[in-house]
Design a protein around this ligand. Structure first.
Ligand SMILES: Cc1cc2nc3c(=O)[nH]c(=O)nc-3n(C[C@H](O)[C@H](O)[C@H](O)COP(=O)(O)O)c2cc1C
Length: 262
């Protein structure tokens, strides 16, 4: 009823266990960096990606958690089985609206995307009480962009991209280390950059493996979620069409936003 406070029972939206609320089981976390619950703007913004990007910037600037750019990525295999894992968002391009992550193209996620470009992403910043859900299409990043990012990585990470056949079985950790060393030797590369070319003072270049690079996830749906008291959260979803344009590019329509019940 309007004006009636929500009952204490409503404070926990989850099942009660005996006399104890199930929330009692949640360990206390350090929320010194937390923000009090806020709201989505009453008039929804035209572009949800800009607001989502601002939230990522805020989570990063305030160091609310390790890897504030971590996001769950869901893919579908050729057999239609979903699988989820965490990857790091390395670029959030609000306009025209895509997100970039890097991986091994022959990994399970890489093979899934080759079979089905439809993916979903989720960011969650617990201390800010915010979640961003994105659905869209994944396409290969332009090779020059993957090259630039690869060359910005540290030596060990670049060697690791050559040394690990991500998602494939291997007999032991020792076998993995031996494989990485063998691949480095095949490339004529030392395991440490300092040993590479001490006379010249600069290490040799490590080329980007052809099976490693970026994916751009073009957003066709974005949901922004803000934690509210009494589980009365604030939610809105925006959708748009992704008309294919040039290779690996889309010509998106304008976003259309709708507020959702929590
Ligand atoms: C915090 C965190 C960040 C990660 N970032 C990446 C990443 O950016 N790219 C990547 O390929 N794997 C990343 N991983 C590893 C993936 O979660 C996953 O184990 C790996 O990519 C293999 O997944 P797949 O077999 O489903 O392809 C990350 C894991 C964690 C926990």
């Amino acid at each position: 009823m309007p004006g009636t406070p929500l009952s204490a029972n409503l404070r926990c939206g989850r099942r009660r266990m005996g006399d104890r609320c199930c929330d009692d089981d949640i360990p206390e976390t350090d929320v010194s960096n937390a923000t009090p619950p806020d709201r989505l703007p009453e008039k929804l913004p035209d572009d949800p990606m800009q607001l989502a990007s601002d939230w990522l910037d805020e989570a990063t600037a305030r160091e609310v958690q390790r890897n504030p750019n971590a996001m769950a990525l869901v893919t579908l295999g050729a057999d239609h089985r979903p699988s989820a894992r965490v990857v790091l968002c390395k670029s959030f391009v609000a306009d025209p609206g895509y997100i970039v992550f890097y991986t091994n193209y022959q990994s399970r996620k890489g093979r899934d995307i080759s079979a089905n470009a439809d993916v979903a992403l989720v960011f969650h910043w617990d201390a800010l009480g915010r979640q961003v859900r994105i659905e869209g299409k994944a396409v290969f990043s332009p090779p020059a962009e993957s090259d630039a990012y690869f060359h910005s990585r540290d030596w060990g990470s670049r060697l690791g991209a050559w040394g690990s056949d991500q998602s494939r079985p291997i007999a032991s950790r020792d076998a993995l280390v031996a494989q990485i060393k063998a691949r480095a030797a095949e490339l004529g590369l030392p395991l440490e950059p300092d040993a590479a070319n001490p006379a010249a003072g600069s290490p040799p270049e490590i080329p980007r493996p052809p099976h490693w690079g970026g994916f751009r996830v073009w957003a066709s749906s974005v949901e922004l979620w803000v934690e509210g008291r009494d589980r009365i959260h604030d939610r809105a979803v925006w959708t748009r069409e992704l008309a294919p344009a040039d290779e690996n590019e889309f010509a998106p329509t304008a976003w259309v936003g709708t507020r959702l019940q929590p």
